[in-house]
Write a protein that binds this ligand. Structure first.
Ligand code: SF4
Length: 763
C-alpha cells in the first residue's frame, strides 16, 4: 500500500508509444491488482473485488453497465477495480492535511494529485477571507447552510447539483428537500452526457431510456456501436459483445478513433479469452466527428429506396412516416451521397458495406454514448437513429432496440427519482400528494443554465451531491469565476477535487460514505438501490467499516440538512426516513411509477427491471401515442481552413473527472495528459511536428479560449479531427455552445486552431 504522491506530477511529460489493438487481457488483471494494492492494500482490497457487482454485494461506483444474470466470481473490469480501489483507499484527508495546505496551494495542484490524497474524513469549513479549511461540527455546518438559504430572497437563488453516483434513496430525499424549499433547480451530470438521448427518445418513443436488455444484445444479428469507447468507459460491455459475436452477431463500429477495445478483446474471465481473444468489429467506419446524422440519414434513404422496410410495423405503431419518407425522397441521390461523404469522411463503399449488413440483419441494436450526444445536432442525430430502427420494426422485440450506454453508476436512477429541473407535472402531483405540499411548478435550471445564473449573480448558493462540478463542466474559466461569485458553495464528497479549491465566499466540504462503506445509522445496516443503464434496479450493501466516524451517508446528510433548513415544523419525517431506508422506498413506491413492492423486489437477487412500454408492449407514450418518425435535415460541424474539429475524450486511467493515473495505454500515451491527437496528414498540412508542443485555441462569438502546452501526437484519427483529454480541454468549450433542445455542451465538436506553445516551461 503506498502513501499519497507528495511530488506533484503536474510536470506533464507524456511519453508516446504505439497504440494497442487489443484490450483487457493479462495487463488488465495486473493493473487491477496493482492499483488495489497501492490504494487499499490487498488484504482490504481483494475481498472487496470479490463483492463488487455480486448479489448481496455492492454496486461498482464506476459506470452503469448491468450485471449478467449469471455472475462471474470476478464480475468487474480493470476500471471497476480502480473505482473500488480509489474509494476503499486507506489514504485520508483530515484536519492535519488542510492545516498543512492552504487553499491557494491546493489550487495549483493537478486534479490527479488532489484525488490521490485520499478519503475525506471530517466536515471542513472555509470562512470568508480565510486561507485554510478548518474542521466544523455537522450541526454547525447545516446551520451555516440554513442561514445562507434563509438569506436568499428566492429559493431559486440556490441550485442543488447531483452527480450520478448518488443512490436512489438519497436522490429521492434530495429532490424532495429542494422542492420543499421551493425550487426545481436540480442540475445533474446527465445534463452534460445523455440529456440529448433522453430528449430524442422521449419525443420519438415516449421514454428517455434505452429499450435493450443484455439478452437483446446476445440475440441481435447486427450491433452498431457509434460514438462510444466501451473498452475504457464500459469495459464489461466487451464481454457482452464477445458473447453476442459467439452467438452469430456482427458488429459495426462507427468512431473517429480506432479504439483497441472494439478491435480485439482478451477476456480475462476465461482461459480461451485470455489465450486467443475475440475480434469484435466486423466493419470499422472511421467517421468524422459529428458525421453520424449524415450517416444514418443516408442509411434511411437507402432503406426507403430499397423498400427494405417493415410496412406492417410502420402502419400499426408509428406516426409521421409520410413526411419522413417525403423528406428522404427529396434531392438527387448522387449529390446527396457526395454530401454524405463530405460530412462523414466515409467513401460510398463503406456506407454500402454497412447497408449490406443492415439488409442481412433481421434484429438490430444501436449503442451509443457521448460521441453522439455532445454535438449541436445531437438530438436530431438520435431521432434519425430511432427512425432507422423503426423502419424495420427494430423496437419492442427481442434482439433489437436503442441502447444509450450510461456513464455513471446511478445517473439513470437519479433521474427516475426526480432529479430533473423539468420533471413532469404528474411526478410533482404525486410528490405533493404524498408529502402534503404544493411543489414548485416553474422549471428549474439545468447545468449550463446554473453556471449562467451563478455568473450573473442570480444563484448565490451552490450545493453539490457528489461530483466535481468545475472540472466536469464546460468553459472552465467562466465556470470557475461563476463559482467564486457564490456566497456559499457546498460539496458532499468522498475525495478531494478541484471543486473544493474553487469556492464561493464561504465553502463547506461534507465527507460522505461511498458504495464500499457500511452504512449503519443507529447501528442497523442499510442498503441502497441503484438503476443501471438497462433499467434494472438492484441493491448495494457496503462491505467495509468507514475510515472515520465523521463520515455520513448521503441520506443522513440530506435529512440533517433538511431539518436544519426547513425547521422543526416541517411535515416530512426526515429523521424517521433516514433511520430506515425501507421507509424511503415505501414513499418512492407511492410516488414513482414502476416501483410496486419495492422493498420486496429490491431484496431479490439481481433486483428487478423497470417497465419500458415500447420494449415490453410496443406502446409508445408520446404526444401522438405512437412511435414518431421525425424529419432531421442533415447538418454537421465544419472546422474551416487551418482548423480541426476537436473532441474531448477520457484516457484509460480516468472515470469522468476522476484521474486514476497518467497512462492511456491503449492509445500508447504514458505519464502525461496534455496531448493532442492529430492525423499525420492534417499535421503535415498544418505544420504540426510530431512531439512538438502547441497551444489549442477555440473560437467563439465572444472571443477565443486557450488551452496551453499540448504535445502533438500524430495519431490515426479521422481526417479533419483531433482529440484531447478533459477536463484539461473543457476550457475550450464555450458555455453557449450547446446542443439544440437538450442544452448539452458540445464537447465532442469544438473548432480549434493551433498556435505556438506559450507555456513558460517545456520538457
Ligand atoms: S463495466 Fe462499469 S460498472 Fe462494470 S465493473 Fe467496469 S466500471 Fe464498473
Amino acid at each position: 500500500m503506498s502513501k499519497a504522491p507528495q511530488h506533484d506530477p503536474a510536470q506533464d511529460a507524456p511519453e508516446v508509444r504505439r497504440p494497442k489493438h487489443q484490450a483487457a487481457g493479462v495487463p488488465a488483471v495486473v493493473n487491477s491488482l496493482r492499483v488495489v494494492g497501492e490504494q487499499a492494500g490487498l488484504r482490504r482490497g481483494l475481498p472487496l473485488l470479490r463483492e463488487v457487482n455480486q448479489t448481496g454485494g455492492f454496486d461498482c461506483p464506476g459506470c452503469a453497465w448491468p450485471e449478467p444474470g449469471h455472475r462471474h466470481p470476478a464480475e468487474f473490469c480493470e476500471n471497476g477495480a480502480k473505482a473500488v480501489a480509489e474509494e476503499a483507499t486507506r489514504r485520508t484527508v483530515g484536519r492535519e492535511f488542510f492545516t498543512a495546505h492552504p487553499v491557494a496551494d491546493l489550487a495549483d495542484k493537478s486534479g490527479y494529485w488532489l484525488g490521490q490524497q485520499g478519503r475525506l474524513t471530517e466536515p471542513m469549513y472555509l470562512a470568508e477571507g480565510a486561507t485554510h479549511y478548518v474542521p466544523v461540527p455537522w450541526d454547525e455546518a447545516f446551520n451555516l447552510i440554513a442561514t445562507e438559504l434563509a438569506a436568499l430572497d428566492d429559493p431559486n437563488g440556490a441550485a442543488f447539483y447531483t452527480s450520478g453516483r448518488t443512490g436512489n434513496e438519497a436522490a429521492f430525499l434530495y429532490q424532495l428537500f429542494a422542492r420543499r424549499l421551493g425550487t426545481n433547480n436540480l442540475p445533474d451530470c446527465s445534463n452534460m452526457c445523455h440529456e440529448s438521448s433522453g430528449s430524442a427518445l422521449a419525443e420519438t418513443i415516449g421514454i428517455g431510456k434505452g429499450s435493450v436488455t443484455l439478452d437483446d444484445l446476445y440475440q441481435a444479428d447486427l450491433i452498431i456501436v457509434a460514438g462510444q469507447n466501451p473498452g475504457t468507459n464500459h469495459p464489461r460491455m466487451l464481454t457482452a459483445l464477445e458473447k453476442a459475436k459467439r452467438a452469430g452477431a456482427r458488429i459495426a463500429t462507427v468512431n473517429p478513433l480506432p479504439e483497441a477495445g472494439m478491435q480485439r478483446f482478451k477476456n480475462p474471465q476465461s482461459v480461451r479469452g485470455l489465450a486467443r481473444g475475440t475480434d469484435l468489429t466486423d466493419l470499422f467506419l472511421q467517421i468524422k466527428v459529428g458525421g453520424d446524422l449524415a450517416l444514418f440519414s443516408a442509411l434511411n434513404r437507402m432503406l426507403l429506396r430499397a423498400n427494405a422496410i417493415d410496412r406492417e410495423f410502420i402502419e400499426q405503431y408509428t406516426h409521421g412516416f409520410e413526411s419522413f419518407a417525403a423528406h428522404h425522397a427529396e434531392g438527387d441521390d448522387e449529390a446527396t451521397m457526395e454530401d454524405v461523404a463530405r460530412r462523414t469522411g466515409l467513401v460510398a463503399e463503406d456506407i454500402e458495406r454497412l447497408f449490406a449488413m443492415v439488409l442481412e440483419a433481421d434484429k438490430i441494436v444501436v449503442c451509443w454514448a457521448m460521441g453522439l450526444t455532445q454535438h449541436r445536432h445531437a438530438v436530431p442525430t438520435i431521432r434519425e437513429i430511432v427512425a432507422f430502427l423503426l423502419l424495420r420494426g427494430n423496437i419492442g422485440r427481442p434482439g433489437a432496440g436503442v441502447c444509450p450506454v450510461r456513464g455513471h453508476s446511478n445517473v439513470q436512477g437519479d433521474r427516475t427519482m426526480g432529479i430533473w429541473e423539468r420533471v413532469p407535472d404528474r411526478f410533482l402531483d404525486a410528490l405533493g400528494e404524498e408529502f402534503d405540499f404544493e411543489p414548485p411548478r416553474e422549471h428549474g435550471l439545468d447545468t449550463v443554465d446554473t453556471i449562467r445564473a451563478m455568473r450573473d449573480g442570480l444563484v448565490k448558493v451552490f450545493f453539490a451531491m457528489g461530483g466535481n462540478f468545475v472540472a466536469a463542466t464546460p468553459d472552465t474559466e467562466v465556470t470557475e469565476d461563476a463559482m467564486r461569485r457564490c456566497r456559499l458553495t457546498v460539496h458532499v464528497s468522498t475525495k478531494l477535487n478541484r471543486s473544493h479549491v474553487v469556492t464561493g465566499a464561504r465553502a463547506l466540504i461534507l465527507p460522505a460514505l461511498g458504495r464500499t462503506d457500511i452504512d449503519a445509522p443507529a447501528g442497523i445496516e442499510q442498503f441502497v438501490t441503484v438503476e443501471d443503464s438497462m433499467g434494472i434496479v438492484h441493491a448495494s450493501r457496503g462491505r467495509v467499516a468507514p475510515l472515520s466516524p465523521h463520515m455520513r451517508s448521503e441520506v443522513a446528510i440530506v435529512a440533517g440538512l433538511a431539518r436544519a433548513v426547513l425547521g422543526e415544523g416541517d411535515t416530512v419525517p426526515w429523521e424517521d426516513l433516514a433511520a430506515d431506508y425501507d421507509r424511503i422506498r415505501d414513499r418512492i413506491e407511492r410516488v414513482v411509477p414502476g416501483f410496486t413492492d419495492y422493498n420486496a423486489r429490491a431484496r431479490l437477487p439481481g433486483g428487478f427491471t423497470l417497465p419500458h412500454a415500447p420494449r415490453d408492449e410496443r406502446v409508445f407514450p408520446t404526444a401522438t401515442g405512437r412511435a414518431n418518425f421525425t424529419v432531421n435535415p442533415v447538418t454537421s460541424p465544419e472546422a474551416g481552413p487551418g482548423r480541426l474539429l476537436l473532441q474531448t475524450i477520457r484516457s484509460h486511467d480516468q472515470f469522468n473527472t476522476t484521474i486514476y493515473g497518467l497512462d492511456d495505454r491503449y492509445r500508447g500515451i504514458h505519464q502525461g495528459r496534455r496531448v493532442v491527437l492529430v492525423n499525420p496528414y492534417d499535421a503535415d498540412e498544418l505544420g504540426l511536428a510530431d512531439g512538438a508542443y502547441c497551444d489549442l485555441v477555440s473560437e467563439w462569438a465572444d472571443g477565443d479560449r486557450r488551452a496551453p502546452h499540448f504535445k502533438i501526437v500524430h495519431y490515426p484519427t479521422a481526417r479533419g479531427c483531433a482529440a484531447a483529454y478533459y477536463p484539461e480541454t473543457n476550457v475550450l468549450v464555450p458555455l453557449d455552445s450547446v446542443a439544440e433542445t437538450s442544452n448539452t455542451p458540445t464537447s465532442k465538436s469544438i473548432v480549434v486552431r493551433f498556435e505556438p506553445d506559450t507555456a513558460p516551461t517545456g520538457p
